[in-house]
Ligand binder design. Structure first.
Ligand code: NAP
Length: 338
């Protein structure tokens, strides 16, 4: 079978190769073999390939891709057919790696059947983006229990796929949320998608004032930020006492720098949130609810899951070049059909 493999960490263009690997062996007890049809390319995949996650390279190399959609080909002993994971079932899955191959072997508990009316192109975008969005909302409520009830929570890089799902999930819970993006065009596009939500552009010299006005001149309680870098000092200035800054990415190339006195004075909390710790830190029942909500969101709001490009597995290098462009307007998918 064909697979994209990194035999060392480094720049994706230099370290990734399309390889022919031996055919997948039958699944062991509790395992499933899935023929993968589509996967979404994430900026986080590139961070992993670059070695930024500080995890060891697997023996034989890394096959990236922690999520996607496909069809079950075989199930191992002990996999309960009552859960719907049986040969022929369309499923989404979220192992930690291995999805950039024509076939994936993973634990059955990481595989969830999907309804027939959910397109592959939407299903491929549900995990882990919904998981991190739901984890962010739970972390926000734990940090500040009434966050989003009166004062909107702020999402930065708010045009991203994760942020848009967080907005949908916040609206389902009746929570107030607002967004900041880095360009006027991005703000306009997001306002079209979410006409009732306040959106500011950080390219505007008075964006901090705009956020304050949208929050009714009250300090913010929670900010969810995947950017980091130089903007963090401005974000801290928007938070009130006991406010929380939830980090879930590192899009800015520069490190975070800010005067720490503001943090101490307002007793502000910094917290990292990661979908890769969801398996360890979230009960099986909650995880099932999270995946069920992902599927509901995909069915209820298909217009939020645009696809900008869909590349064949062999054209992975073009897909990677595409994902790093600014001002994208939809997901970049990688498909295979054998
Ligand atoms: N912690 C976790 O478990 C987890 C899981 C999934 C994703 N993530 C993180 O979530 C973030 C969003 O991922 P995604 O897949 O949703 O992204 P996406 O759909 O690819 O969109 C990326 C967005 O980030 C914006 N952006 C990029 N660099 C920026 C910068 N330096 N300053 C401000 N905005 C910037 C882009 O703005 P333009 O439109 O202006 O280009 C774009 O709107 C990433 O950092 C990703 O690593 C974390």
């Amino acid at each position: 079978m064909k697979a994209i493999v990194a035999t060392r960490f480094g720049e994706p263009a230099e370290v990734l190769e399309l390889k022919t690997l031996p055919d997948m062996q039958p699944p062991g007890p509790g395992e499933v073999v899935v023929r993968v049809t589509k996967r979404q390319l994430h900026l986080g995949n590139l961070a992993m390939i670059r070695g930024r996650f500080n995890i060891p390279l697997p023996a034989g190399g890394l096959v990236p891709g922690g999520d996607g959609v496909g069809v079950v080909e075989a199930v191992g002993a002990g996999v309960d057919p009552a859960q719907g994971v049986k040969p022929g079932a369309r499923v989404i899955f979220n192992p930690s790696s291995g999805a950039w191959a024509e076939r994936l072997k993973t634990r059955a508990e990481l595989v969830t059947p999907i309804p027939d009316d959910l397109l592959d192109s939407i299903a491929a975008q549900l995990l882990p983006n919904t998981v991190i969005a739901l984890l962010l909302l739970r972390a926000a409520q734990r940090a500040v229990p009434d966050a989003g009830h009166e004062i909107p929570m702020l999402l930065t890089a708010a045009g991203s796929a994760v942020a848009r799902i967080a907005m949908l999930a916040a609206h389902r819970r009746g929570l107030k949320i607002m967004g900041a993006v880095r360009s006027a065009e991005g703000a306009k596009a997001l306002s079209v998608r979410f006409p009732n939500m306040s959106v500011v552009s950080t390219a505007d010299s008075d964006w901090v004032g705009e956020v304050r006005r949208a929050a009714g001149e009250r300090p913010l309680q929670v900010i969810m930020d995947p950017v980091g870098g130089a903007m963090v000092g401005r974000l801290i200035g928007l938070l009130g006492g006991d406010g929380a800054l939830l980090f879930y990415g590192g899009l800015a190339p520069e490190p975070i720098t800010f005067p720490s006195i503001g943090l101490a004075h307002h007793e502000i909390m910094f917290k990292g949130v990661s979908s890769s710790r969801w398996m360890q830190n979230t009960s099986a029942e909650q995880r099932r609810e999270d995946v069920a909500e992902a599927i509901e969101i995909g069915r209820a709001a298909p217009e939020q899951f645009d696809v900008e490009a869909d590349y064949d597995l062999a054209r992975f290098a073009d897909a990677i070049a595409h994902i790093e462009r600014t001002g994208r307007n939809g997901a970049v998918l990688i498909s295979s059909n054998s």
